[in-house]
Design a protein around this ligand. Structure first.
Ligand code: TAP
Length: 476
């Protein structure tokens, strides 16, 4: 079948399974309430259609949300036995699993990510996180953690994995007995608001989870609120540093999950087809809007030509288009601002002398799109080798020896993740131990599991989310 026929196959039935309201308020104290500030529009990045008008929380709204969280913490949640908290978390997890289709479609529409990924990756991981941390809620005391929650957690998340980032933050916080006020990203508020409905459905005590929508100013008001005990932020390194400065000198606990510029290292003894598949997944999954994306391919010189040949052949088969089409591999870019940044950095790559290759594909006329792109002849000095592009753009560098691969991989201010492709277990272990990255995948990439800690070295952040380590951020 011709690729174009498959690429843009509409899926109207998917769209109809979600009920998107014309406008949304804030979720405070267990109820949807009107905000005191103005409102903003959230837009489908694949169609530029306005999906809904969403309240923009101002300082007063944030204060009300923190007060609701404090009340719920003092009166109910921190006093509740862990076994009881677990029941609510299990209930939330089950409802997420039951409503997974609706969540996946809404995530795809608001974010632009392919429905196949939202359905098979994001939402299952979200449910798994709630199941996993539900299991911890009654075991903290017996695991040497004590059972002393921190209080009210202010949580600010980005737009690339809206629901998943929510789950990574809310599930451990609640399991430990904290209450939360969460701010989703301005461009992707809808699944957090659907999650609020799920909290109501689960009869979670009012105020345990509060959702304040808005832009950066809302986030700033939230993390700066004096009655917040803990700040958990995922987003850019720039904003993360500003938040770290703003909480310095207070007794607020802080965890930061920030940017990345991961190296995906392919040695000459790697199973090449498998490696190419991993490289493609590493950079084109979620349009490359992934903090741990394998955005720098380091390939051993002796196999570079062969790897590039296979990589281009594979990239040419990627289907870019309608995120609700189950055949789509690469969806829409989340916002015009992000598209402009990807374009600007790609143009800088060409201007600095790297060679650009774009996968042949037809992009839709409306919406925000960027074709899968790779750059060869990249040097470490190029901006495309140093800066986070956060888009479907791969920079290829070569190396001769493992020591050179390690030196290049570590030559970045970031340190979130890395990948190693080799047939030799000893080489994998040796190289992994030298990489300054919080997560190192071997012969695979972008594997996430709630039992496994995730987080960065250097400017990729501080603290860990996930696993047993993820609890420590929410306990005193
Ligand atoms: P940011 O611009 O940093 O935004 C992240 C969140 O912070 C958004 O909710 C944003 O609101 C809010 N915000 C903006 N300015 C703020 C301020 N001064 N005080 C408090 N909150 C503020 O990042 P982004 O562009 O949404 O996300 C992309 C970045 O996130 C990338 O660098 C990526 O690597 C990183 N990321 C990291 C991870 C992990 S786990 N390390 C995971 C995903 C993404 P608005 O939406 O209104 O701007």
């Amino acid at each position: 079948m011709a690729r174009t026929e498959l690429e843009y196959a509409p899926a109207p039935e998917s769209r109809s399974i979600v009920d998107i309201k014309a406008s949304y308020g804030l979720f405070v104290g267990g109820e949807f309430v009107d905000g005191h500030g103005s409102s903003f529009k959230t837009v489908n990045p694949a169609t530029e259609e306005v999906l809904a008008e969403v309240a923009e929380a101002d300082e007063h709204d944030v204060d009300l949300a923190v007060k609701a969280a404090r009340r719920a913490y003092d009166r109910v949640w921190s006093r509740m036995p862990g076994s009881e908290r677990a029941k609510y978390l299990f209930r939330i997890a089950r409802i997420i699993a039951e409503r997974s289709r609706e969540l996946a479609v809404l995530e795809s529409i608001d974010n632009g990510k392919p429905i196949r990924e939202a359905r098979d990756v994001d939402v299952p991981i979200v449910a798994a996180h709630f199941f996993y941390y539900a299991g911890w809620a009654d075991k903290l005391r017996h695991s040497g953690y004590g059972e002393t929650p921190l209080g009210v957690a202010a949580q600010v998340i980005p737009w690339n994995f809206p629901l998943m980032m929510l789950a990574w933050k809310v599930a451990p916080a609640l399991a430990c007995g904290n209450t939360v006020v969460l701010k989703p990203a301005e461009t992707t508020p809808l699944t957090a608001l659907l999650f609020a409905e799920i909290c109501q459905q689960a009869e979670l005590p009012p105020g345990v989870v509060n959702i304040v929508t808005g832009a950066g100013a809302t986030g700033q008001a939230l993390v700066g609120h004096p009655d917040v005990d803990k700040v958990a932020f995922t987003g850019s390194t720039e904003v993360g540093k500003a938040i770290a400065r703003s909480v310095a000198g207070t007794d607020k606990r802080l965890t930061l999950e920030l940017g990345g510029k991961a190296a995906n290292i392919v040695f000459d003894d790697a199973p090449l087809d498998q490696a190419v598949e991993g490289v493609v997944n590493g950079i084109f999954f979620n349009q490359g809007h992934v903090c741990c994306a394998g955005s720098r391919l380091l390939v051993q010189e002796s196999v570079a030509e062969e790897v590039l040949h296979r990589l281009k052949r594979r990239m040419a088969t990627l289907r870019v288009g309608d995120p609700l089409d189950k055949n789509t591999d690469v969806g829409a870019i989340n916002s015009p601002e992000q598209l402009a940044r990807i374009r600007e950095l790609s143009e800088a790559g060409e201007a600095e002398g790297a060679e650009r290759w774009t996968a042949p594909c037809q992009l839709p006329d409306t919406g925000w799109w960027f074709a899968p792109t790779l750059f060869t002849d990249v040097t470490q000095a190029h901006r495309i080798a140093r800066e986070e592009i956060f888009g479907p753009v791969l920079s290829v560098l070569t190396f001769r020896t493992p020591a050179e691969a390690v030196a290049k991989a570590n030559n970045t201010p970031y340190g979130l993740s890395a990948g190693i492709w080799s047939d030799k277990g000893s080489r994998i272990l040796q190289v992994a131990s030298q990489l300054r990255a919080g997560v190192v995948w071997a012969n695979t990439f972008n594997q996430f599991d709630p039992t496994s800690p995730f987080g960065g070295y250097k400017e990729s952040g501080q603290g860990r989310e996930g696993g047993r380590h993820g609890l420590e951020a929410y306990l005193r």
